[in-house]
Design a protein around this ligand. Structure first.
Ligand code: FAD
Ligand code: UDP
Length: 373
């Protein structure tokens, strides 16, 4: 008899199993995929760790979380600084003095500030005329944040490609988290700590699940474990919330991404891990060159080939990977109904991105599980 049967070996399930083991509680982890690790899993191709389910960069302000993961596997000094490509011209992201120089030729923060004010004047005046105080949608938010040129070249078409909807139909909060800086700083995140586990994410998962019973290729719903009380005192469920309840109230919507991954016969394809293609003329949103997450300086050239992934934003349909919850009103209401059912389940913990129907970065998942113990 186990204390916990854990459904799903992603970060939530793996950290939970690790913490339970520290308290001498026996766990069994079951995973429907053929490998452990959920979406942080990497596949080794040409000696490069390929982020099979999308690029993952660990970042946090929480020292306890940072120390926790670094005690399992040390992290490298990778700093995310994506490049935007619009009609062949390159711009630094997030929006900072480098971007403003590339866009307008301004060389001082004062000149950049004046240019942004000038660029956003039209949108601000329009909102004022309509007695609107807060941006009502992503278009207004973008225009008020950085003005017309940047909105049109670096935000509008990229966002519409990514979300499949026009910017004036999308909520403002989506781009609120993008930093706008009057300093020459291309670091995409404001957090104190960021990096990639040295040797890749699989090392982190291996360390978390060391000496814990795990079964892959085992779907909770199509296995003997559906009758989990025979095997464990408590269930930790990290699969989709609606599926647990057999879609009783209907299905939740998800957003998904598909990847076209290929090997290129060059050691350095684009010189950066992430290049965003912000024009709608290019069908994919970005290209990831995986080696740059873990290889720096001459190491880039020690590895003769490279692996790149084109990322396409697509509608979720059955059989695809459910990646991001669609937190619009309709889906939030439906998720809430399922959460009320979940609250009534005895000895069942619902956790993680799928079971909570919540957009979670990795660090908050780790933080949440640590706090549960
Ligand atoms: P998951 O990793 O999805 O794990 C759930 C597991 O449960 C899966 O392995 C699944 O196969 C398994 N499962 C589901 N149903 C069943 C069943 N019936 N039986 C058995 N097993 C089942 N976060 C960051 O901090 N930085 C980033 O750069 C970043 N980039 C991301 C990019 C993409 C494309 C995506 C989708 C997410 C990204 N994230 C990022 C978020 C990060 O992936 C999550 O925070 C983290 O993976 C959550 O872990 P989880 O355990 O909740 O979910
Ligand atoms: N965004 C954009 N241009 C870019 C990068 C991002 O307009 O080059 C917008 C886009 O709307 C996106 C949002 O900013 O959905 C948040 O981007 P981020 O990279 O933080 O989110 P992710 O795509 O990783 O969820």
């Amino acid at each position: 008899m186990y204390e916990f049967l854990i459904v799903g070996s992603g970060l939530f399930g793996a950290v939970f199993a690790h913490q339970a083991k520290q308290q001498n509680k026996r766990c069994l982890v079951i995973e429907k995929r053929s490998h452990l690790g959920g979406n942080v899993y990497c596949e080794k191709v040409e000696g490069i760790n390929v982020h099979k389910y999308g690029a993952h960069i660990f970042h946090t302000n929480n020292k306890e979380v940072w120390d926790f993961v670094n005690n399992l596997v040390p992290f490298n000094r990778y700093t995310n600084s994506p490049i935007a490509n619009y009609h062949g011209k390159l711009y630094n992201l997030p929006f900072n003095m480098n971007t403003f120089y590339q866009m307008w030729g301004v060389t001082t923060p004062e000149a950049a500030k004046a240019k942004i004010e000038e660029q956003k004047a039209e949108a601000v005046a329009k909102m004022k005329a309509e007695s609107v105080t807060e941006p009502r949608n992503l278009e207004e938010q973008g225009l008020c944040l950085v003005g017309k040129d940047i909105f049109e070249k670096l935000i509008k078409e990229y966002t519409e490609k990514q979300w499949g909807r026009t910017c004036n139909e999308l909520p403002a909060f989506i781009i609120k988290r993008l930093p706008v800086r009057l300093v020459f700083d291309n670091n995409y995140f404001n957090d104190a700590y960021q990096g990639i586990p040295i040797g890749g994410y699989n090392k982190l998962i291996d360390a978390l699940l060391r000496n814990i019973d795990c079964k892959t290729n085992t779907d909770f719903f199509n296995s003997e474990y559906r009758d989990w009380r025979k095997y464990a005192k408590q269930l930790v469920y990290t699969g989709p919330l609606d599926e647990y309840f057999d879609f009783r109230y209907g299905k939740l919507d998800w957003r998904t991404v598909s990847f076209k991954t290929r090997i290129e016969d060059t050691p350095n394809y684009q010189g950066n891990a992430v290049v965003n293609y912000t024009s709608h003329e290019v069908p994919y949103t970005r290209i990831i060159e995986h080696k740059h997450f873990e290889m720096f300086g001459s190491a880039v050239y020690d590895c003769q080939k490279t692996v790149i992934s084109e990322e396409y934003s697509t509608e979720y349909t059955e059989g695809k990977e459910p990646y991001y919850p669609v937190n619009d009103e309709k889906n939030n209401r439906l998720a809430q109904k399922y959460r009320e059912l979940a609250d009534k389940e005895v000895n069942v913990i619902f956790g993680g991105r799928l079971a909570e129907y919540k957009y979670y970065d990795m660090a908050p998942v780790v933080e949440k599980v640590i706090s549960m113990f």
